[in-house]
Ligand binder design. Structure first.
Ligand code: SF4
Length: 165
């Protein structure tokens, strides 16, 4: 089975592999309870009129603009709690754009905290993204999800009832 890897799946995987498995197998969570959905609402409130949204297969970029010869792609989050996962998500987008021959850099925007972090596709990040993609492929090929592991994210996760009831 070939997995349709998306930036969102990378983000989930970095937080909870079990959630990534459930998402990849199309067990859709209730989006009203999902942190990502909260992030989207946050994004819409702050950035809808300020940025253009670009959708490509597996990529839903919150904002795209051109700076000189390269693209700057933005990912908007509600808080900096999951920054490592967001760096990987953006890294995935930059990796995809690189494959298409497009020079790009990323930025993580956290309006509530007035934060902006620049993300470049360094060789290290590229290696991490390629590694994580292999891991996701192997995970999703498994017939069952990994066991539940209690993490702080669980209390905001749409699968909480599924995992813990
Ligand atoms: S409830 Fe916890 S263990 Fe279950 S998918 Fe969500 S984050 Fe993972």
């Amino acid at each position: 089975m070939s997995t349709q890897i998306t930036g969102t799946l990378v983000w989930y995987y970095a937080i909870c592999p079990r959630e990534a498995w459930l998402m990849a197998h199309e067990l859709e969570p209730e989006r009203n309870f999902d942190l990502l959905a909260e992030g989207r609402l946050n994004q819409e409130a702050h950035y809808k009129r300020a940025t253009k949204e670009l959708s490509l297969p597996g990529m839903r970029l919150d904002g795209v603009r051109r700076e000189g010869d390269r693209l700057i792609v933005s990912e908007v989050k509600k808080s900096s709690r999951f920054l490592p996962a967001t760096r990987l998500q953006l890294g995935y987008y930059l990796w995809r754009l690189d494959k298409e021959g497009m020079e790009a850099a990323g930025e993580i925007l956290i309006p509530k905290e007035r934060k902006r972090e620049v993300v470049e596709l360094t060789p290290e990040l590229k290696g991490q993204v390629e590694g994580i993609m292999e891991e996701i492929e192997a995970l999703v090929a498994q017939p069952a999800p990994p066991p539940t592991v209690k993490i702080p994210f669980c209390k905001n996760c749409a699968y909480a009832e599924f995992c813990w009831s």
